[in-house]
Design a protein around this ligand. Structure first.
Ligand SMILES: Nc1ncnc2c1ncn2[C@@H]1O[C@H](COP(=O)(O)OP(=O)(O)OP(=O)(O)O)[C@@H](O)[C@H]1O
Length: 629
């Protein structure tokens, strides 16, 4: 709730709308206790008194009634009717929508065709017809306005419910034996409430206008009772001679409806979960760069991709999450570097920082360089990054289902990836797409190119992900846990495919994983990450045979090996530290069996010996001796 209010208040227009509405609501609530004249008391001797005349702050109307009093009593009534109509329409419409969307099939068909019929009438005619049938009066106007708005809510909520009804958590609730009513109330309803609130907040203003419209036509509130619409209707005759009597209720309607609409837009934005993390700010095209230190000199002449002291942080309110705390890595053409670490160690943020893909806000790159062919990409112009993204440096992500567009055929998506960097015709690009699918060993690529992502298996979709990454013959592929969601046989196929591709084409691969087994299979070198920093780096065989950092040793000990006989798998006790509260010294010290007091005092430098690097005061293996052997 407090997050919702913070987001809402951050939106200045919504906050202004809210303040205006609060004032109007407070006035409406206080009306009975305010020292106002009787709103219905006529005084024809004092008709059309101007503003600020004696005893009449806003003057009088054509019957000499006090305008201020009628305005406040009328506002009270209009707000009550508008809000009540919105609540009725939302409740009935949402119930209809949930039932239709949840049960689907014939129930859905019957209900929604009825709703369609209601929507086929122009709404004002429908409202007029309902009032004509029920007779004029404010309650009947309320019923009419609510009735004509029911279809709007029903259609909206039905659409959301259809999407929810096929989600796995609903299947899980069914499997757990819950009945329909229970599922609707405990699983569906909580998920549609935000949509109902959003729809209501954006339609209350509309309903107040509709009620005012009916009263204006004489079908709503009946004389002498005032509401904003009837005040306007009565003032119509004197619009030219005494415009004040129309301006007063008209201005109030404008203020209320504007206030509701501004607040409604703000409520919608603040309730939309997709907007929350970005705090309503549009993410920048590339990660924000605010370096605290000069750009490091280029030292890795042979590397196609080199990170030097890269630091990426998340600035969330007054907290600073140091997700990447000075990472240096290099990868040469044809080389595969494994980047390994527990969940949350900063592997993905490191990978995304290279191409400025960390969302800002809240992400900020605060130091270091990411060099492609020697040129620093941190803070490079957006056009340079856009040219390189997917062209020279490509990504493969863990879940291709999430990265492939569900509504386009995979061939078309490949064509788009190709044509965004190469001036090929559609048919040439299609031929290349089919060729790519063939290269990633998709059987029958011509017909598979016309499949949608959901028509493929997980392994096949990941092959499409790889084909997409290969589309423009990149120099570097950053693969972020591309095999984690796959079973071991498919995983092995994907790994050997990547291996072949890099050998055939001299591709450099940065392979992110938390599985040392995968590193052993594919990577020439491995870098171990912990709490945003590299703690060890070296050739895979050497690191696997004699890990130097206690964390690396314990990570390796977590991997079960077939045919190894019975062995106790050693889990690492404790959890990785929160990166917004990192203590000085080694971040692994609290979980390390070898840690001593000195490990917790100040920064520990990386010790380097030949190809091996370790950040530890008491390493498991002396890498200097290793090198001399
Ligand atoms: N938007 C964000 N706001 C605050 N902290 C964030 C945000 N995104 C990531 N982080 C933090 O950055 C750190 C690094 O996250 P990252 O996703 O890089 O980890 P990872 O090693 O790739 O983990 P996994 O293997 O689970 O993908 C984590 O502590 C995470 O909580």
């Amino acid at each position: 709730m407090s997050q919702f209010l913070t987001l809402l208040l951050r939106n200045r227009l919504a906050a202004a709308g809210g303040v205006v509405l609060l004032i109007v609501l407070a006035l409406a609530l206080l009306t009975p206790v305010l020292p106002l004249a009787n709103p219905d008391a006529t005084d024809t001797a004092n008709r059309f008194q101007p503003v600020l005349s004696a005893g009449h702050l806003l003057g009088t109307d054509h019957l000499g009634r006090d305008q201020l009093s009628r305005l406040l009593w009328g506002t009270r009534l209009s707000l009550a009717v508008g809000i009540a109509a919105a609540v009725f329409a939302a409740s009935i419409g949402a119930a209809i929508g949930i039932i239709a969307g949840y049960f689907g099939g014939r129930t859905d068909n019957l209900i929604m065709r009825g709703v369609d019929m209601l929507m086929a009438f122009p709404y004002i005619l429908l409202a007029l017809a309902i009032v004509a049938a029920l007779g004029p009066g404010l309650v009947n106007a309320l019923i009419a306005v609510a009735a004509v708005n029911v279809p709007f809510f029903a259609r909206n909520i039905r659409g959301v419910t259809v999407g929810l009804a096929h989600k796995e958590f609903i299947d899980a609730a069914r499997l757990a034996g819950l009945g329909h009513t229970r599922i609707i109330f405990s699983e569906i309803l909580p998920n549609v409430v935000p949509v109902i609130v959003i729809a209501m907040s954006t339609t209350i203003g509309w309903m107040i206008l509709e009620t005012a419209g009916l009263s204006f036509l004489g079908l709503g509130s009946q004389p002498p009772q005032a509401d904003l619409g009837s005040m306007l209707g009565e003032a119509r005759g004197a619009l030219i001679t005494h415009p004040l009597t129309s301006v007063v209720p008209g201005a109030m309607i404008l203020v209320i409806v504007m206030g509701i609409n501004l607040l409604g837009d703000g409520v919608r934005d603040a309730l939309d979960p997709r907007l929350r993390s970005g705090a309503l700010a549009r993410p920048m095209a590339a990660t924000r760069v605010a370096r605290r230190a000069p750009v490091p000199q280029n030292e890795d002449a042979g590397a196609v991709l080199a990170l030097q002291g890269l630091e990426t942080q998340f600035h969330v309110k007054d907290r600073v999450y140091k997700a990447v705390g000075g990472v240096s890595l290099q990868v040469k053409p044809g080389e595969c570097l494994g980047l390994i670490g527990e969940s949350g160690s900063g592997k993905s943020v490191t990978a995304l920082s290279v191409m400025g893909l960390v969302a800002s806000p809240p992400g900020v790159i605060t130091a270091g360089a990411a060099r492609y062919d020697g040129a620093d990409l941190i803070g490079a112009p957006y056009e340079t990054l856009r040219h390189l993204r997917g062209n020279r440096i490509a990504y493969i992500f863990q879940d291709p289902q999430a990265t492939l567009h569900p509504l386009y055929r995979v061939g078309d998506q490949l064509v788009e990836a190709i044509r965004s960097h190469r001036p090929l015709s559609k048919s040439e690009a299609w031929a290349r797409a089919v060729e790519l699918l063939k290269q990633v060993r998709i059987p029958n690529p011509e017909s598979r190119a016309t499949s949608f992502p959901h028509e493929m298996s997980g392994g096949m979709r990941q092959r499409v992900g790889i084909a997409m990454a290969m589309a423009n013959n990149p120099d570097v592929i950053i693969a972020d846990e591309p095999t984690t969601a796959l079973d071991v046989t498919v995983q092995a196929q994907i790994l050997s495919l990547l291996n072949e591709l890099r050998r055939e084409r001299g591709l450099a691969i940065v392979f992110i994983t938390h599985d040392f087994g995968v590193v052993a299979q594919l990577c020439d070198r491995v870098a171990v990450m912990y709490a945003g920093r590299i703690v060890e780096q070296g050739p895979t065989e050497a690191v696997l045979a004699a890990p130097a950092h206690p964390y690396t040793r314990r990570l390796i000990a977590c991997v079960p090996e077939l045919g190894e006989g019975r062995r106790k798998l050693e889990a690492i006790p404790g959890l990785p530290p929160a990166v917004d509260r990192l203590d000085p010294g080694c971040a692994f010290a609290p979980r390390c069996l070898k840690a001593q007091a000195v490990c917790k005092q100040g920064d520990i430098a990386l010790a380097e010996e030949g190809a091996r690097v370790v950040r530890c005061l008491f390493p498991e293996t002396d890498i200097r001796l290793e090198q001399s052997v």
